[in-house]
Write a protein that binds this ligand. Structure first.
Ligand code: UD1
Ligand code: CA
Length: 474
């Protein structure tokens, strides 16, 4: 059957105490809803509909680029009412899978198992065994073990409350029947809401097969209602990702002190030290070493490269056999070719450092192309910004930039050129030649340092207005 996915995301999330809609709260650096959408995307659905709430334009805007159907639920009258808002857009012959926008860690594999149990005459719901199911709806089974109803915590009697099989809220059912059941819901219950969960009893009444698939792990069905739960899921996400890295052969000096907030691909024998944060998509080649305190976002690192402690890199491509840091900053568009070295307090932005080239100390390279085997001396600055526009700097192969040089862009340093230390270069520096720009050094013979006057001479000078009044005097 064709598949339509409905993601419920209209809840206010009052307990988050935030101005931001709950499903936009970040987990591992991405909105909760983004995680659910990614899981949904892996199922190859024909359509994905998001039920969003009043004032939730921000939710739509956050995912403007994606091919999604949007259904407004202006007032929240319950999960059944929420699904109803999406149904007009869903054809009768579709299978409908309901997900929650605030249950971010659900695994596609689990959803596939759920869908495998749903069919034209069957409804499948995802349940979970909990030590403490309080707050959740309970899955009620008859003596033969068949599910016949779900009862909400607030509507349950004591016997029902003792059931430990909880409803996750996620379910799959054929669209035509679901439409019929939703139309038959009543809000005559403890919360005066239209409960999606009531479709289970209606399915049983109609002779449908109802199956509860028990979620293999608890974490993947946990929802976020408050900050504590969000933090718990952040930890859970971290544990999942670090377990994957360990299984893939990566050395983590302390798995509890690495934060992985996105997909990471690692080669063989990669070592990651403590307090490292990996965000977005990160790729680490064979034998890469990531020193303590490094923060990498959307970065690729080639084989045998060492990132020394406390490097920060974003949207950067680091080649093989490079050495970076400690304390290097690679901003978007930084590119290090094989064997390049970037040392402490060096910043690159939209800049390429060619093969074997080095910028080892206290340097800024912006909008710059550096050729191969170039030595950029300590304290070199490319002055790329004139207050209005950014200009390029080109440093050709084999050039040597003396320490403390200002390269005022647009400017080119020719192949094999040498720039004398302390120069401010504003015009092209020709190939192979020494170019320097300095005022002549002079020494003044017989010059003496000024001396402090004694107290009496001082007060006389103040009276005559030759010295400013003493600020310490009362
Ligand atoms: C629901 C289930 C309960 C289950 C629990 C799991 C019902 C009646 N109960 O309860 O059996 O154990 O989830 O967490 O379904 N939402 C809307 N519009 C609404 C109401 C809710 O979009 O009008 C969305 C929320 O944003 C959330 C999801 O639906 O993503 C669940 O809503 P929530 O209020 O958390 O449901 P519970 O009462 O916890
Ligand atoms: Ca909830």
């Amino acid at each position: 059957m064709p598949l339509s996915i409905v993601i419920l995301a209209a809840g206010q999330g009052k307990r988050m105490r935030s101005d931001r809609p709950k499903v936009l709260q970040p987990l591992a650096g991405r909105p909760l809803l983004g995680h659910v959408l990614d899981a949904a995307a892996e199922l190859g659905a024909d359509a994905i509909h998001v039920v969003y709430g009043h004032g939730g334009e921000a939710v739509r805007d956050a995912f403007a680029g994606r091919p999604l159907g949007w259904a407004l639920q202006a007032e929240q009258h319950g999960t059944g009412h929420a699904v109803m808002q999406a149904m007009p857009a869903i054809p009768d012959d579709h299978q409908v899978l309901v997900l929650y926008g605030d249950v971010p860690l659900v695994r596609p594999r689990t959803l596939e198992a759920l869908l495998a149990r749903a069919g034209e005459r069957s409804l499948a719901l995802l349940s979970v065994m909990l030590e403490d199911p309080s707050g959740y709806g309970r899955v009620l089974r008859d003596n033969a073990g068949n599910v016949y109803r779900i009862v909400e915590q607030k509507d349950a009697n004591r016997k029902e409350l003792s059931v430990r099989e909880a409803n996750t809220g996620l379910l799959a059912a054929p669209a035509a029947a679901l439409r019929r059941w939703l139309a038959g819901l009543s809000n005559d219950n403890a919360q005066a809401e239209y409960y999606l969960t009531d479709v289970v009893a209606l399915a049983v009444r109609d002779g449908f097969k109802v199956e509860a698939v028990v979620a293999p792990t608890v974490a993947e069905v946990l929802g976020v209602n408050d900050r504590a739960q969000l933090a718990a899921l952040e930890g859970e996400y971290r544990r999942l990702r670090t377990a994957e890295l360990l299984a893939a052969g990566v050395t983590l000096l302390d798995p509890a002190r690495v934060d992985v907030r996105g997909p990471v691909r690692c080669g063989r024998d990669v070592v990651i030290d403590v307090n490292v944060v990996l965000e977005g998509e990160v790729e680490l080649g064979d034998r890469v070493v990531v020193g303590p305190g490094c923060v990498l976002r959307d970065v690729t690192v080639g084989a045998d490269t060492v990132l020394h402690p406390y490097c920060v890199a974003q949207d950067a491509a680091i080649g093989e056999r490079c050495s970076v840091g400690p304390y290097a900053r690679l901003r978007p568009g930084a590119r290090l070719l094989a064997g390049a070295h970037v040392g402490n307090f060096v910043e690159l932005k939209n800049a390429t450092l060619g093969e074997g080239s080095k910028a080892n100390h206290l340097t800024y390279l912006g909008d710059t192309t550096v050729g191969r085997e170039v030595n950029v001396g300590a304290g070199t600055i490319t002055c790329n910004y004139d207050g209005a526009n950014k200009w390029p700097t080109v440093i050709e192969d084999g050039a040597f930039i003396g320490s403390g040089s200002m390269l005022v862009a647009p400017v080119t340093v020719g192949r094999g050129a040498t720039i004398g230390a302390g120069s401010t270069i504003t015009r092209p520096a020709p190939r192979g030649a020494l170019t320097l720009e300095r005022s002549r050094q002079q020494t003044l013979a017989g010059w003496e340092r000024p001396k402090k006057a004694d107290a009496e001479a001082r007060s006389q000078q103040i009276e005559r207005g030759r010295l400013p009044p003493d600020p310490d005097a009362s």
